[in-house]
Design a protein around this ligand. Structure first.
Ligand SMILES: *[C@@H]1O[C@H](CO)[C@@H](O)[C@H](O)[C@H]1NC(C)=O
Ligand SMILES: *[C@@H]1O[C@H](CO)[C@@H](O)[C@H](O)[C@H]1NC(C)=O
Length: 248
């Protein structure tokens, strides 16, 4: 009797160990990255509204990137499971609104297949946690959970070409999610540092926010510009900035 219980519990334990070892992520945490279209589009070549999706100004998803604690990351892990839009057809209309790629804000617009790039580069390395559908859906769920624009506006930080303290921006987000984000800046035509991307860290199952083990040093100043949202025909030049970030 007692021996039977021992054997049964041994089998249960063994099955738990085996099944969990198959799904343990082989990376340490995620960056979840969103960008501000206004930092792309204040461009002398003008700025277009995207042909599809939401035209009201808002932060846009860039992607969900697995990271190692040592500052490196895996990329392009699986050539046999490349992006297939038919696997996410139910998500597309939401993604057009919340995951617009920056190339389409530029005139003439330049689509570079951001979704495909994000899955093939980053998503293929997180298949211990996600399939294509759950990878994209997780991004959308976090986007629903955090509204950066309203968090910042709530603290009086508005996209009005004004300059705001970098710490103020970080603290506004920290107040809501509990951890300071990383902020990446780029430069406007006059060389002013401006708010470009926000990095949030998630645990390696992308369930909860965590303290960032490190954030990339992305050369902001202590005060940075929060550029106006894209308007058709606005002036500025940012195509060079674009090409430098398209590889991430
Ligand atoms: C970083 O960590 C990963 C995972 O442990 C490892 O594969 C990689 O070789 C490490 N890279 C460096 C530069 O230490
Ligand atoms: C679109 O972006 C790609 C990737 O950066 C670049 O190689 C290409 O020249 C761009 N096309 C136009 C029309 O700007």
């Amino acid at each position: 009797m007692r021996g039977g219980i021992v054997i049964v519990s041994f089998l249960i334990l063994r099955s738990l160990v085996v099944s969990s070892s198959q799904t343990v992520p082989d990376f340490n945490f995620f960056y979840w990255v969103n960008y501000w279209p206004g930092a792309i589009c204040e461009s002398q070549k003008g700025c277009c509204s995207p042909p599809k999706g939401n035209k009201s100004p808002d932060f846009m998803i860039h992607g969900l990137w697995p990271q190692f604690n040592n500052g490196t990351w895996p990329a392009f892990c699986d050539q046999t499971n490349l992006f297939d839009i038919s696997k996410i057809s139910d998500l597309v209309s939401k993604m057009e609104r919340k995951w617009t790629e920056w190339g389409v804000w530029v005139c003439p617009s330049n689509e570079t297949n951001l979704w495909e790039h994000e899955w093939n580069k980053h998503g293929t390395c997180v298949q211990s946690v996600f399939d294509q559908h759950s990878y994209f859906n997780t991004n959308l769920k976090f986007r629903q959970r955090i509204n950066f624009l309203s968090i910042l506006k709530h603290k009086g930080i508005q996209p009005n070409d004004g300059f705001y303290s970098l710490n103020e921006i970080k603290n506004a987000i920290k107040c809501v999610i509990g951890f300071a984000p990383g902020i990446e800046c780029n430069e406007d035509v006059k060389g002013n540092k401006q708010l470009f991307q926000i990095y949030i860290c998630l645990d390696n199952y992308a369930k909860e926010f965590v303290e960032c083990p490190y954030v990339p040093d992305k050369s902001c100043a202590s005060k940075i510009k929060f550029p106006k949202s894209p308007e058709k025909g606005s002036l500025g030049e940012h195509l060079s900035v674009m090409s430098s970030v398209l590889t991430t």
